[in-house]
Write a protein that binds this ligand. Structure first.
Ligand code: HEC
Length: 292
């Protein structure tokens, strides 16, 4: 199920589901880019989407959907691809003009993407010019729609984080509208070409301690399950840092992300307790995935 109405309180949506007595996952399409792409014009519409052709094969009432499903299962073409429904209209705000690359788009990419997507950065291509970004624009649209980027899958509804690089719903809409308009360059300015970066590879300063993770081999294509990898940590050295408050190690390379964290709540003044906690902290490797 998809909620095409934009930011709606999750509790309210959950309460509605409970009213109807249904228990199915709901995609909260906050930026509404999926709903608009699918052409959802009313609430209560049923859509049959073909994952192989990426096309909507049917839209309309539930009864009509049943007939369409029967036809698809029988290997036939859908005879009535659209029926009328009576839900409330869903409207999408139209942009007065194509967002400007130098005024609207480049600043968003500079703030949320370019620190990784730069020469010598951890991401596979540098967003350092209009030409580069234009070349990658179809993929940029895809990663924003599928919420793969910015990485981390941080839930913007919960808590306030610094450096979460979450991008605003309206910014997502702007970038997608710009990509769909052919990623034009509107003036001679190229803010991405003017970005400069510190020489050091450590964004937050030299780390106190580096944990070495044994090399992992991953297949060139496909999806790999979660892996828990145990690593030896030099406990006395870590415990020696007076400020072991939250130990958070994030390593990110082009295909893999590693996260270890120990919450401040579990911190103990006693270094041996810290040691036990560190030992218990598991190292998660997730999203070990590479596209063919
Ligand atoms: C924290 C670092 C980081 C940030 C911030 C980041 N990226 Fe990425 N990006 C990566 C890495 C690493 C990869 C390669 C691995 C992957 O696809 O997950 C990648 C891959 C991509 C790809 C190629 C995907 C593919 O499958 O070929 C695109 C397009 C992309 N990023 C766009 C963006 C956009 C747009 C933003 C900002 C909204 C962004 N990235 C922010 C690290 C980052």
């Amino acid at each position: 199920m998809i909620n095409p109405m934009g930011k709606r309180n999750r509790t309210a949506v959950q309460a509605k589901l409970a009213d109807y007595g249904v228990d199915i996952p709901v995609l909260m399409d906050d930026a509404r880019v999926i709903s608009e792409e699918l052409g959802i014009a009313r609430t209560g519409e049923v859509l049959l989407f073909s994952p192989s052709s990426f096309e909507v094969e049917y839209r309309g009432s539930l009864e009509g959907a049943q007939a369409a499903i029967d036809e698809i299962l029988a290997g036939e073409a859908v005879s009535v691809a659209m029926t009328e429904t009576t839900g409330s209209m869903v409207s999408y705000e139209q942009m007065a003009s194509v967002p400007s690359y130098s005024q609207d788009i480049a600043p968003i990419l500079a703030e949320n993407c370019a620190s990784c997507h730069r020469e010598g950065g951890i991401a596979p291509f540098a967003m350092d010019s209009h030409t580069m970004v234009k070349g990658w624009s179809p993929m940029i649209r895809e990663v924003l729609m599928t919420k793969r980027m910015p990485p981390g899958q941080i839930d913007g509804h919960i808590g306030e984080f610094i450096n979460d690089m979450l991008i605003e719903d309206q910014e997502v809409r702007n970038i997608i509208a710009w990509v769909e308009a052919g990623a034009p360059k509107d003036d001679a300015n190229d803010p991405l070409a003017e970005l400069t970066w510190p020489e050091t590879k450590w964004a937050f300063g030299e780390p106190d301690y580096i944990i070495k993770v044994p090399p992992q081999s991953v297949p060139a294509t496909g999806v790999v399950d979660y892996r828990d990898v145990a690593v030896l940590i030099d406990i006395p050295r870590i415990a020696g840092y007076a400020a072991v408050n939250t130990l958070q190690v994030i390593a990110l390379c082009c295909t893999t992300r590693l996260t270890v964290s120990i919450s401040p709540a579990r911190r103990a003044a006693d270094s041996s307790a810290v040691a036990t906690q560190i030992r218990q902290a598991s190292l998660r490797i997730f999203r070990v995935q590479r596209r063919s």
